[in-house]
Design a protein around this ligand. Sequence first.
Ligand code: URA
Length: 218
Amino acid sequence: MARTTLSPPTLISSPVSDLKSLAAAARTCKACDLWKNATQTVFGEGSPDARIVFVGEQPGDREDLSGRPFVGPAGRLLDEALEAAGIDRKLVYVTNAVKHFKWVPDARGKRRIHKKPSYSEIAACRPWLDSELSALKPDVLVCLGATAAQALLGREFSVMRQRGRWIESPLARHVMATVHPSSILRAIDSDARKAQKQLFVSDLAKVAQIMRRIPKAA
Ligand code: URA
């Protein structure tokens, strides 16, 4: 696999320009092969003053086409859950462990089917995520789903067993993993979907609760 020749900029001090420069540099990233079949790099998005960072797996079909993270069905569910939990969207930055859409064509060649990124693809993309976190220095980091959780909290991490708990981690003062909103969309029926969404909102309510205890920056 080709190594990237890009490195995140180091001499820029404000988070706004940091994130902008990072997003611009990531546009031409070829650190792994995923760029070849993707439309574009989908970098993280949100306020440079965001206090909460949500990390998903990788952009989906809609995100790949629009160039923005969490704008498809999973993003809509995330937005609804944030609102239900009382989390101000302005405090939130959303990004992904992998910044290119990995997909395979369906049997008829008509649809692009999401494919889980490999460990080497996640590792190749990691410098971008680390740079986003060092630019933002969030109070709270939330991993959405197993890919993000295992990328950031270790390969043994189990979202099923450890969801909704605060985890000791050098990545941020408060770190939690919960399910990915896509898993809720895949629930077998609407009752199951409703119950799973409620659990997701309960996990996010813990984030809202801890945010109320953190003094606001001047
Ligand atoms: N799923 C993700 O993990 N990230 C997105 O941006 C969209 C869907």
